[in-house]
Design a protein around this ligand. Structure first.
Ligand code: ZN
Ligand code: ZN
Length: 124
């Protein structure tokens, strides 16, 4: 099975995901903008059982980050792990978003992703 590895900027936190993600998306919401410091987040969701991490993380509102370098990495609960794909080791990734959330907050210079489902706010 396909494995992919990722880490924070300083390398103190590492993780591995196995197999294909359940879904890949982009979110333009205000929380994602502020948290990432960028215009949107690019993420994918795996079953919790496909995700392994090492190293110490801190959390804010359920979102885990490296306390040393500040990289935002993932959120997880008992069912799923949502990974910020900019933290994967290889770039570009093979992963393509199939949906976009909060497009009403999308920067005006950014076109919709062709073929991706568009949601004005959260997924319904
Ligand atoms: Zn770090
Ligand atoms: Zn968001």
């Amino acid at each position: 099975m396909t494995k992919m590895n990722g880490s924070c900027r300083c390398g103190a936190v590492r993780y591995e995901v196995t197999g294909h993600p359940k879904r890949v998306g982009i979110c333009h919401c205000t929380d994602c903008r502020q948290e990432s410091g960028s215009a949107f987040t690019f993420y994918a969701v795996w079953p919790a059982s496909a995700f392994v991490t090492t190293g110490e993380t801190d959390q804010y509102e359920g979102r885990s980050f490296c306390p040393k370098c500040g990289s935002r990495l993932f959120s997880q609960d008992s069912e799923e792990a949502e990974i910020k794909l900019g933290t994967l080791e290889s770039a570009p990734t093979e992963l393509v978003p199939t949906y976009e959330l909060w497009i009403k907050r999308r920067e005006r210079w950014l076109p919709p992703i062709p073929g991706a489902q568009q949601f004005d706010q959260d997924r319904v």
